[in-house]
Design a protein. Structure first.
Length: 341
């Protein structure tokens, strides 16, 4: 929702995660932090190697992969809801039309993101996709200004400006605007913005179930059209090999498991820590693109990436300082209230 007056920016590298609550013994807090970090590394590590997984689905085309990913994600999520007895809570979500509409919009943005990412992976543009996820936190900050009318701190403006310079350097050096990067960053940023509106009312599995359920009719129609017309390479699921079929079916698990790990990490780690660990995914994607797939990495692209990394250092440092400052203010306020009482 757009506010009527500017305010200090709350946007950060991980806009969907709330701060973990204090309390409990130091030992318990330390154990939660360690397990939370392991969950975060697991989530972002899996997201980082997704290009390799999608390459294993060849000769399926990107549109077929996205369609089956939607369908099998829904199947897996429904199984999880049944196993965790989560259907009553999910039915309550369905009884809120405005919430369903909001999640439908989120579903559109994430399907656009999936389609562009998988197309880039299959077409040999994993490095460009990695750049998109590097600049995503900065796009999120920019969306906070444009949509939420938030006021940025100087360091955040500097990060935004540096990212603009990086895109310009890459565009001039390669002779082409990095559209894949920009669309990935924008679509995921908008997805995060929409999900932020629902806040804690929707859990990770309930949200993914609702999003994929709303997108499944479109996915089913796309599969029928591709099967009948052969457009987009047609539908080859079930006709290549047993391994290929099982790989496509497992896309539901591969989609949901990192979300579960991320949700577990978010409950145990501070926002600043989550914001720093998220860079593991694009780092791994960059390694996959350059080392495993031998994608071209001209000097100008390295320079562009270096500028983005400087921007991220500026943004992350500012986020950590802001988080510590806010915790200090909250601690002083709590002590003052306890003294008064």
């Amino acid at each position: 929702m757009t506010t009527s007056r500017p305010r200090a920016s709350s946007a950060s590298a991980a806009p969907l995660v709330s701060e973990t609550q204090g309390g409990g013994s130091p030992g318990a807090a330390g154990g939660a932090a360690r397990s939370g970090l392991a969950f975060a590394v697991g989530a972002y590590g899996l997201w980082g190697v997704l290009p390799v997984f999608f390459l294993l689905m060849s000769p399926s085309g990107p549109f077929e992969i996205v369609a089956w990913r939607i369908v099998f994600s829904l199947v897996f999520c429904l199984a999880l809801l049944a196993a965790t007895r989560g259907f009553p809570a999910f039915v309550r979500l369905l009884r809120q039309p405005r919430l369903v509409a909001t999640m439908g919009l989120a579903g559109v943005f994430i399907v656009v993101n999936w389609t562009v990412f998988i197309t880039a992976a299959l077409a040999g543009h994993v490095v460009e996709a990695a750049l998109g996820y590097f600049i995503n936190p900065i796009v999120t900050v920019l969306l906070a200004v444009v949509v939420l009318r938030e006021r940025l701190r100087p360091a955040q403006w500097a990060a935004v400006a540096l990212s603009g310079v990086a895109v310009l350097v890459i565009a001039i050096g390669t002779g082409d605007v990095p559209w894949v990067s920009l669309v990935l960053a924008s679509s995921f940023g908008l997805y995060g913005l929409v999900k932020k509106q629902v806040g804690g009312r929707v859990d990770a599995i309930g949200g993914l179930t609702l999003e994929t359920m709303l997108m499944t009719p479109v996915a089913g129609a796309a599969l029928v059209v591709m099967a009948v017309t052969g457009v987009g390479g047609g539908v080859v699921f079930g006709s290549v090999s047993v391994v290929h079929t099982l790989t496509v079916i497992s896309s539901g698990v591969v989609t949901a498991v990192p979300l579960l790990l991320f949700a577990a990490a978010a409950r145990r780690l501070p926002l600043a820590t989550i914001g720093l660990t998220q860079y593991l995914a694009p780092v791994l994607q960059l390694i996959v693109g350059v080392v495993l797939l031998h994608e071209e990495m001209p000097v100008t692209r390295w320079i562009g990436f270096a500028i983005v990394w400087v921007a991220l250092i500026v943004l992350s440092t500012d986020a950590v300082r802001s988080s510590r400052r806010n915790r200090g203010i909250e601690r002083k306020s709590r002590i003052a209230n306890e003294t008064v009482q």
